[in-house]
Write a protein that binds this ligand. Structure first.
Ligand code: DQA
Length: 139
């Protein structure tokens, strides 16, 4: 199982700042990840939460299973040490994905507390970032 985990506000894709995140919805993202995974012969579990404790439990499960994770931590990226510490427990790959190019945006988005414990980072490629992350994991 590969986990595709999405943090706060990502359930609002399509409604949320479409000029930045596009007009496709979270349901579209889930469908795309599932289609890409099917094509690659992977099994994915795609989820979103606004609750930190839930994200931590999902990361512990991935750690226990030695599973690979694609993670868009949303705003937690920039300040959440508990999510980072849970990411540090992972034994599989961790690909950090951002839909927008965080480096062209506000200064507070330029730093990620997650990246130092990630295998790699993809930012600014829209939903394609998830596709590329899954393709990387499949190789
Ligand atoms: C984001 C970028 C974050 O700065 C922001 O808080 C998000 C989404 C992205 O996918 O571009 O919620 O992770």
């Amino acid at each position: 199982m590969i986990y595709v985990l999405n943090g706060p506000n990502l359930g609002r894709l399509g409604l949320r700042e479409p000029g930045i995140y596009g007009s496709s919805t979270y349901a579209d993202l889930v469908e795309m990840c599932q289609t890409v995974a099917d094509d690659l012969g992977l099994t994915v579990d795609v989820k979103q939460t606004n609750a930190e404790h839930e994200m931590l439990e999902w990361l512990y499960r991935a750690a226990d299973e030695g599973a690979d994770v694609v993670l868009n931590p949303g705003a937690w990226t920039h300040y959440n040490y508990a999510v980072r510490d849970a990411c540090a427990m992972l034994r599989g790959k961790l690909v950090e994905v951002h839909i927008s190019n965080v480096h062209t945006r506000e200064e507070f988005r330029h730093h990620s507390v997650i990246s130092a414990v990630a295998t790699g980072v993809i930012a600014g490629l829209g939903f394609d970032g998830y596709r590329l992350a899954l393709e990387h994991i499949a190789r």
